[in-house]
Structures are given as C-alpha cells and as structure tokens.
Design a protein around this ligand. Structure first.
Ligand code: DOR
Ligand code: ZN
Length: 335
C-alpha cells in the first residue's frame, strides 16, 4: 500500500494555547484534522460561558480552513446545574485536572471525594456532558496513573450514565480498566505508542519527549499498542500535542508536553503499517471518536503517501517531536 486515505481525522485531546502560539499551531491541526477536543488549561483556565465562546472565536480566527470544528471544553470546577444547562450547547466536555498534576493545572481539584462533586457530575450525566480526566495522583511519578485507577472506579460506579474519558493513558493498568466499566473510554497519544521512559531519560535527557503522564515501561507501551492497533471500540486518538516555546523546554525546569500536531497522522501511518494494522487506522483516528462523542464532523479526506518527509526543526518557537528526522509517510493532499 503506497497511499492511505483517512476520512475526517479527529484529535480528541489537543492543546492550542492562545495569542501568538495559537496562531502558529491552530493551522497545523486544522489542515489535516476535521476537529479536535480543545483543552481548557489556559492562564487563567476556561471556566465561563463567555470564555468558552471567545476562545472558540479566537481559534476559528487563527485556523486557516473553514472545515475544522473546535470541540470546546470547560476547566472543571464545582458548577451548578443551572450553569451547566446554560453552557451545554457551547461545550462537548469538561476536563478535570488534579491540582498541580501538569501544565497550568494549579486551579484543578485538590480531592476526588465524591460528595462535593456530586451535584456537578450528576448534572453533567443528565445533560450528556462528557467528563474528560487527567488521571494521575500526586504519588511517585511512575505510579501516578496506576494509583489513579481507584478514582476511575469510584467515578464510573457512582455515575454509571456519565461518559468518562481516561485521557492520554500510559499504563497496562489503565488498559485493563477500560472493559471493567461500560462508561469508561480512553484516548491514546501517538508518542506514548512510540516511547518509553528510556527514550526520555535513559540516555541524554530529551526534554522534547518530557510530558505528563510520563512515558512508562515497555510492557505498558505494548498494552497501549494492542488496543490502538486493534482500534478497540472504546479507544480513540488524542494527540495531547502540547506546544511550549523551545527556551521553556530546553531549560532548567522544563515544561511537560510533546508537540506532535503536524506529524501525528504521518507517525500513526508509520506505526500502523509496521504492525500490519492499517485497516484499523480509520476507526482509531475518527470512527470511534464519532461514535463515543456522538459528533458528525464536516467532510475532509486526507491522503497520505509513502514518501519521505523531513520534520522541520521548528514550527514558530516550538520544536516538534522527531525534529530533523525523516518520516516514511507524508501528507499528499487534503480534500
Ligand atoms: O505533557 C503535558 N502537557 N501533559 C498535560 O497534561 C498538559 C500538557 C500541557 O498543557 O502542556
Ligand atoms: Zn493534555
């Protein structure tokens, strides 16, 4: 197979930032994706209807295509039912962060105790608003996601009608959790399909591969590959592409985030081809998300061709994953 056609690719976990950064990165995603779930961890975080609407407007202005839908999210706080009713048509999901777990998450929750969250989560469940979760405790960095599994169990069993997305899963434990509760789903990034902690810190430190959750062990990566390559029906692609300026990554106190937006589809072709699973790529990058989220993106066909593509060193101020390296697939055209 020398070309691959992907219909309506979706990135169900994306950081677009704001201002100048937004202007650089938004067109890179809107070129090859039909839509993306846009994360709300701006400074300050997106917490009101006005903020959602004006952020959406700024995204649309920054995109260079009119066939891309930004699916908007709110940053989780304890919201009233009345507020959620008023905002439900403007958002697709609410993203919950444990306070301090990652970039710009200081305003996240300090505890996952059910009772204080009940009103908001019950209202979300009734209104069909999806809960998107950054699932890490504040424990030892390699164990944070596995330790969070009890929180997923508690959320999934207390709110059985609430759709819960385990975002950017990185462990075998999270993969095993998927089928235990009907209302649990997951996104998987492309970088977590490719790297382990060894790639980040096993040799010279590679700041552009440093992200949260941190890449884990080989058996974790294998578990992720298994569900992604099979396009498990509860799993979808979410890049977690998270741009930081070069000087903030190559510094003492490197921010977490891997920037993959412009090369995500090319890398996915490479991986799915390597494992003879290209037939499942369409479901992983679009069909599963359409079904899980109940969304119908506008028509877009992306044709990739088996042609070398040298990844640029920089996009604006941002260094992408695999900068300067040659990928086996490139974008041939977008219709
Ligand atoms: O590595 C990450 N970067 N993980 C996240 O959860 C947030 C993201 C960011 O916003 O930079
Ligand atoms: Zn993220």
């Amino acid at each position: 197979m020398n070309t691959i056609s992907l219909m309506m690719p979706l990135d169900m976990h994306l950081h677009l930032r704001d201002d100048d950064m937004l202007k650089v990165v938004a067109p890179l995603t809107s070129y090859t994706f039909s839509g993306a779930l846009v994360m709300p961890n701006l400074v300050p975080p997106v917490t009101t209807k006005e903020m959602v609407k004006s952020y959406r407007h700024r995204i649309i202005e920054a995109m260079e295509s009119d066939d891309f839908e930004p699916y908007m999210t709110l940053f989780y706080q304890h919201y009233s039912r009345e507020f959620l009713e008023s905002v439900q048509d403007d958002i697709t999901a609410i993203k919950i962060y444990p306070s301090g777990a990652t970039t710009n998450s200081e305003g996240g929750v300090v505890s996952f105790d059910i009772e204080p969250m009940r009103e908001t989560l019950e209202a979300m469940s009734d209104l069909g608003i999806i809960l998107s979760v950054h699932g890490e405790t504040n424990g030892f960095v390699m164990d944070r996601e596995a330790e969070f599994m009890s929180v997923y169990e508690m959320l999934a069993s207390n709110f059985p009608k609430l759709k819960i997305i385990m975002e950017h899963i990185t462990t075998r434990e999270a993969v095993e959790m998927l089928d235990r509760y009907e209302n649990l789903y997951a996104t998987v990034t492309v970088h977590h399909l490719m790297i382990t902690l060894d790639d980040v810190a096993g040799g010279m430190l590679r700041p552009h591969l440093f992200c949260k959750p941190i890449a884990k062990r080989p058996h974790d990566r294998e578990a992720l590959l298994k569900i992604a390559l099979a396009a498990h029906p509860k799993v979808m692609f979410g890049s977690d592409s998270a741009p930081h300026p070069k000087d903030k990554k190559e510094s003492c106190g490197c921010g977490a985030g891997v920037f993959t937006a412009p090369i995500a589809l090319q890398l996915l072709c490479e991986i799915f081809e390597e494992y003879n699973a290209l037939d499942n790529l369409q479901a992983f990058v679009s069909d599963n998300a359409q079904r899980i989220y109940g969304i119908c993106p506008d028509y877009k066909e992306v044709v990739l061709i088996k042609h070398d593509f040298v990844v640029p060193q920089m996009y604006g101020e941002v260094v992408p994953m695999r900068a300067g390296e040659t990928l086996r697939w490139s974008i041939e055209r977008v219709d």
